[in-house]
Design a protein. Structure first.
Length: 380
């Protein structure tokens, strides 16, 4: 089975998030599947599959000010190269393609992954509506839609009832436990800390964690820390947050997986306060590391975490502060039992399963597109 991936996500992000999903999917495909990726030539992603074929294409001009002038030409070149590759099925890694080219149906089955409906829930993320429009174009163009959670599938079918027959649910996995842990930084050795992982923009709701932390200031042991893993912090954001320089809050940008595993394993608790999510992969990673998980009470988090975590109202600063205090003092209710159950639950979410179920989708689409000759004879 020859699978062609339109690698726009690797132009958008180098690691983490959706890029991790497709990297793991490609890595864990069955051995009789041959993946081909069309992606950026200038910054080739780290992909692992013994049968992988990578086709690098130009996605950026030699000088940035030529970007708009050369985009149409680069889009045409990418489309020509993509269409020329022999494959049984194609899977687009984002709602639009490399160099922002529009998704389009070719002469083979097309698969798209629906990640979430966050932009619909938080309109300020997409004031012009362009992102939503591109997503809806992908929904219309695809022969099959993979939803990464039941919650995402339910919302898709509510918004687009006709899609029910071409959509399936294939959850994500976690493989962080397969990576050898790094050494814990000296600043955190023998220090109790709670952990936040992710971006700090609006719907990720870092603000409630920060306000809860400030509310606890002066009431916790001096060595207690808040560790924030995510993008670098600009001066304006630091000024708005009144980020302290006393070491009580530690920002760790661009953390590699080995260190991320270590941070999870040594944390007294993990906080995931999002107002909207498609899956919430960091919560699953924390569960697999044996970290008590404290998450927003959203349907998708109930789906992923189940009864193996602690839920809070994402608008309730006091509730979050109380949970942080309990985690730092190791006094969360039934903590050992819940952490043990969480490890077991996380072990059921594997990238191998994700890849096997996705491969079955590919196989079904190809068989339906090319029915055996005896089936055609029976139909006649």
């Amino acid at each position: 089975m020859r699978v062609l991936y339109e690698g726009a996500i690797f132009q958008i992000m180098r690691w983490g998030g959706v890029a991790r999903y497709f990297s793991e999917l490609i890595h864990h495909l069955p051995t009789d599947y041959r993946p081909t990726v069309v992606g950026p030539a200038a910054d080739e992603p780290e992909l692992s599959n013994p049968q992988l074929s990578y086709h690098g294409v130009q996605t950026e001009p030699s000088v940035s000010w030529l970007r708009k002038l050369t985009r149409d030409r680069m889009q045409r070149q990418i489309t020509q190269q993509f269409d020329s590759i022999d494959a049984d099925v194609e899977h687009w890694t984002y709602y639009s393609g490399l160099c922002r080219r529009a998704i389009r149906r070719g002469n083979r089955p097309l698969v798209a992954t629906i990640l979430d409906f966050v932009h619909e829930a938080v309109p300020s993320l997409d004031p012009t509506g362009k992102h939503i429009a591109v997503k809806y174009d992908a929904i219309a163009a695809a022969d099959h839609l993979i939803c990464i959670s039941q919650a995402t599938h339910d919302e898709l079918c509510e918004r687009f009832p006709d899609c029910r027959g071409k959509a399936s649910v294939i959850p994500l996995g976690t493989s962080l436990s397969d990576i050898a842990p790094a050494v814990l930084p000296e600043a955190l050795t023998d220090k109790p800390y709670v952990l936040f992982v992710g971006r700090r923009n609006s719907y990720k709701n870092f603000e409630v964690v920060w306000n809860a932390w400030k509310r606890l200031h002066g009431t916790l042991p001096e060595e207690a820390k808040l560790v924030v893993v995510g993008p670098p912090m600009k001066r304006r954001e630091a000024a708005q947050l009144e980020w302290p320089d006393d070491g009580s809050a530690i920002l760790m940008p661009n953390v590699p997986d080995a260190l991320l595993r270590t941070l999870y394993e040594h944390a007294r608790g993990f906080l995931f306060p999002s107002r909207a999510e498609g899956f919430g992969l960091p919560s699953l990673e924390a569960m697999s590391a044996g970290t008590p998980v404290m998450v927003s009470d959203l349907p998708v988090m109930r789906e992923v975490v189940g009864e193996c975590g602690y839920y809070f109202d994402p608008d309730d600063v006091e509730m979050v502060a109380q949970m942080m205090r309990s985690a730092l003092t190791e006094s969360l209710p039934m903590q050992h039992e819940i952490v043990r159950a969480a490890r077991q639950r996380a072990a059921s979410f594997t990238w191998q399963t994700t890849a096997q179920r996705t491969a079955a989708v590919y196989r079904g689409l190809v068989e339906n597109a090319n029915p055996p000759s005896d089936r055609l004879l029976c139909a006649v």
